[in-house]
Design a protein around this ligand. Structure first.
Ligand code: GLA
Length: 505
């Protein structure tokens, strides 16, 4: 739930003026109706525009460009979410489009973002509002401008900035603590979530291990343009980058939270160019030897980057994802089988083992595990990998629905994997329903509890249980409400049913 922090005006507050409110050192909230003057607001223009206080608010006149605007400096904090709102009125034309925008600068270079928009009809006070999480900058000027080329006069009133506190069922016991006697409980998060440190602070109350949802997949990590330049000298060269993953990795490092890496080798979300001569998707495939050398370079550099920048943070990796075909149980045909051959999974594990730190566990990860003929295909692959000695465990993605597969089949599949002597992770758990009716939410809660009961029974084999996301609205299956928290971050019946289970033991 997004809850506003109520603040009090302290004697030494930073931005206190008029009826502005703030906390010393950390900006909490601001509001001005301009009854006490311009309150630090000024006209942003190359000269010509001016602001003046009227009975109704702050008026700007003499604008010669749409960016000419009333603006004010605000000491915002990067990674915190703010709610912004202002009332605007214009008397000049049928409608005018207004925006709350920000000018921020870093090392002397100014850049801009539009944060909220709204259309104001002639003579009508109109509220423009939105939320914004600032990135890292040296300073921030919030201002109100018009879109397009309008240079009309207008008045603003009740400009408000408030820090939003993110709450995630923190009045209830912590899930990760409740399940600590059995396994680590975690979730996947994407870059947008990771950049919002308030969200992450709330998440970490319940979740103790994290997977980047997309940011360590080959299409995020492989830098095709840079690789293309490098292969002019050496066709096996690979360039990598980690910009997308850094916010989550850094948050987890700074807060002592372990990370599961996902994923080194996959047929999907992998640039086609990776497999082709000169990194040109239209050129012919490279040879098996070249591809294996590229894969070796790719994995070596990932492990080296993690070792240098985030030592000890990644406790396990999905080395290969989804190599088995659903309908045949055989290897899925892909660029990997075409270019490397049918042993590409074994070779990927061999390379990963060569470069991964000693105590990092290596996993094969797949979905529909309990469903024939895939079960036998996965087990056969795991048996081959186990024989080569480079695999530690198997990840059940566990993208289920509230009615399928039957929990008994999931239990049986877990037992088959465990019989190979492998560790198990539940790596991407979500449980869909068709519509969030009260009844469906109850059915979902019962299924979640049935699944967690099985996971608890198998705790000695399990390294972690990770949800594939926190709140329904951000799920890849958002329309089927598959997670433990709703879009307002409120705990759902499924949250309570799994928590009750842990408390009952
Ligand atoms: C698979 C992948 C995940 C993710 C989901 C869909 O399960 O392993 O990385 O892409 O699909 O979000």
């Amino acid at each position: 739930m997004l809850k506003k922090i109520v603040s009090v005006c302290l004697a030494a507050c930073l931005v206190c003026a008029g009826c502005a409110l703030a906390e010393e050192g950390s900006f909490v909230s601001y509001h001005s109706d301009f009854s006490a003057g311009t309150d630090g607001w000024y006209a942003r223009s190359a000269g010509g525009a001016a602001v003046s206080v009227t009975e109704e608010g702050l008026k700007i006149t003499g604008r010669t460009a749409s960016w000419n605007s009333p603006g004010r400096d605000f000491p915002l904090q990067a990674g915190k979410e703010y709610a912004l709102s202002v009332r605007v009125r214009q008397e000049s034309q049928a409608t005018a489009n207004f925006m709350i925008s920000v000018a921020h600068s870093k090392a002397g270079t100014e850049s801009y973002e539009n944060l909220a928009t709204g259309a104001a009809k002639k003579g009508e006070w109109t509220t423009v509002a939105g939320t914004w999480t600032p990135g890292e900058y040296d300073n921030y000027i919030l201002y109100v401008e018009t879109a397009g080329s309008d240079t009309l006069d207008f008045t603003i009133a009740d400009f408000t900035v408030e820090l939003n506190e993110v709450r995630l069922g923190q009045d209830d016991p912590s899930l990760k603590e409740a399940f600590a006697p059995w396994f680590l409980l975690g979730t996947a998060v994407t870059q947008g979530e990771a950049l919002n440190t308030q969200r992450m602070d709330a998440y970490s109350y319940h979740f103790g291990i994290y997977t980047p949802g997309n940011e360590l997949k080959p299409d995020s990590v492989l830098d095709v343009a840079a690789s293309m330049r490098l292969v002019k000298e050496d066709d096996t060269a690979v360039a990598v980058r980690f910009d997308a993953a850094k916010p989550l990795l850094s948050y987890c490092r700074d807060h002592g939270l372990p990370v599961h890496g996902h994923v080194l080798v996959w047929h999907s979300q992998t640039p086609e160019a990776f497999f082709h001569k000169g990194y040109k998707a239209s050129a012919e495939y490279v040879s098996r030897e070249t591809m294996l050398a590229r894969l070796d370079n790719y994995i070596r550099q990932i492990m080296a980057f993690m070792d240098q920048n985030y030592p000890g943070l990644i406790v396990s990796w999905d080395v290969v994802n989804e190599a088995i075909d659903d309908s045949t149980g055989q290897l899925r045909q892909s660029n990997w089988t075409k270019v490397v051959g049918d042993d590409f999974v074994e070779r990927a594990f061999e390379i990963a083992r060569k470069y991964a730190p000693k105590d990092v566990k290596l996993y094969y990860n797949d979905y529909n595990t309990p469903i024939a003929p895939k079960t036998d295909g996965i087990l056969a692959l795991l048996a081959r990998l186990t024989a080569e000695g480079n695999i530690d465990g198997y990840g059940f993605q566990a993208h289920y629905s509230a009615t399928s597969p039957a929990p008994s089949r999931i239990r049986a599949a877990m037992e088959q994997v465990e019989a190979l002597g492998l560790r198990v992770r539940i790596s991407e758990l979500d449980v869909t329903i068709d519509g969030n009716t009260e009844l469906n939410l109850k059915v979902q809660a019962i299924r979640y509890a049935d699944l967690f009961k099985i996971f608890m029974e198998h705790a000695e084999h399990l390294d972690a249980v990770q949800l594939w996301g926190v709140s329904d609205d951000l799920s890849w299956r958002a329309s089927q409400y598959p997670l433990l928290f709703d879009r307002l971050l409120k705990p759902k019946p499924a949250f309570h049913s799994v928590l009750e289970l842990a408390k009952a033991e």
